[in-house]
Design a protein around this ligand. Structure first.
Ligand SMILES: *Cc1c(COP(=O)(O)O)cnc(C)c1O
Length: 371
């Protein structure tokens, strides 16, 4: 699904030199490399503040803590996504309110969000799933009308760009009150361990998030609020600072692979290709097709595997049907789009190192598996 080895081989000298520099300096926590990367990422994103943290899940948790939400406050988030969003909401004693997604973009459905708003709603957490931004302009307008915070989960979408109706462009994660990303190795900007970051244009929220990520401390050993310990370390920052220079090239490679899949699979019966939003570029963290419900997906996967082609199911179970999150409010069938997607999606290999030969083999294998 990913090829981090070939990617590393191409940038080995720069990466190794960066890591060596950290080893020689023995500044492993905070310090120059972390600050350098933070400023370079702020510049790339065009956002006022980047707050590096330990991972993407922490970024989400610290963001919700920075908003000062209280137990019982409702947070709206899609049911078709990775577990992290609902997890941190639950851990903070907030109430996750799940909504269905759009069948074409896999991102949250605006009308579903509108219906889910109650007097207890405090925040919306859109997830820019698979690398494409949710339709943010109407979502931000809806949030503003109801006085709600928006925290973007941009863990899969770093570098993706959204265009507003007045032509203004913004990078993924930089449109809401706060945005979160992950530098998990397989993410579009991945380090060689764990890492994450929060983005915001608000000085106030940035100060709160920084303080929370550092044990709730502004002056050393004086703790003004309950915090956590969540840091990006200097070795990971040095890796990221190198890879950030290649991010646009990496995105381009992913988009080229997606274009190849689109062209090669467009006439294959029973396959629905991932749609491209009119408002957002797609950075293809995943290239996810939907198979017709009459097709035996497990059998297709097995045949692909026999040909050496990995294919993954992101995600097989929507949040409302996960054992730990079962809730009397949501029965089977509560979110028909998410449930259909969970049963029919298939993600094909997608990374920065795919060449035409590999893509041709994947496509040929898929066609054979479907015939
Ligand atoms: C990866 C991911 C996360 C969590 O990131 P970690 O760094 O693994 O904690 C959260 N949300 C989404 C959508 C993700 O893909």
């Amino acid at each position: 699904m990913v090829d981090l080895k070939s990617q590393y081989a191409k940038i080995k000298q720069e990466i190794d030199a960066g890591i060596q520099e950290v080893l020689d300096s023995t500044v492993f926590i905070k310090g120059g490399k972390v600050n350098d990367f933070q400023h370079h990422l702020e510049e790339y994103l065009g956002v006022k503040h980047v707050i590096p943290v330990g991972n993407g899940t922490d970024a989400l948790q610290i963001s919700l803590m920075a908003l000062g939400l209280k137990p019982g406050d409702e947070v709206i988030t899609p049911t078709f996504t990775f577990i992290a969003t609902a997890e941190v909401v639950a851990l903070l004693g907030l109430t996750p309110v799940l909504v269905d997604v759009d069948p074409d973009t896999f991102t949250l459905s605006l009308s579903a969000v509108e219906r889910a708003i109650t007097p207890k709603t405090k925040a919306i957490v859109p997830v820019h799933l698979f690398g494409q931004n949710a339709d943010m302009e109407p979502l931000l307008a809806l949030a503003e009308r109801h006085g709600l915070y928006v925290v973007e989960d941009a863990c899969q979408s770093i570098g993706s760009e959204y265009t507003f109706s007045d032509g203004r462009k913004a990078k993924s994660g930089c449109m809401g009150h706060l945005g979160c990303t992950s530098f998990f190795p397989s993410k579009n900007l991945g380090c060689y361990g764990d890492g994450g970051a929060i983005f915001t244009n608000s000085d106030d929220l940035a100060a709160k998030a920084r303080c929370i990520a550092n044990h709730g401390m502004e002056v050393r050993y004086y703790h003004d609020r309950v915090g956590v310990n969540s840091r990006l370390d200097a070795i990971q920052a040095s890796v990221l600072d190198v890879k950030l220079n290649y991010l646009e090239e990496y995105i381009c490679n992913r988009q080229k692979a997606a274009d190849y899949y689109d062209a090669a699979l467009k006439d294959v019966a029973g396959v629905k290709l991932p749609s491209r939003s009119a408002h957002s570029t797609h950075v293809f963290h995943q290239y996810t097709i939907c198979l017709d419900s009459s097709i035996d997906r497990a059998a297709v996967r097995k045949k692909l595997e026999e040909k050496g082609v990995p294919a993954m199911i992101y995600y097989p179970v929507p949040l409302h049907l996960q054992k730990a999150y079962r809730d009397a409010r949501y029965s089977d069938g509560a979110f028909p789009v998410a449930e259909r997607l969970a049963a029919t999606v298939l993600s094909l290999p997608m990374h920065t190192e795919l060449d035409e030969e590999q893509l041709a083999h994947i496509v040929q294998s898929l066609k054979e598996a479907l015939s």
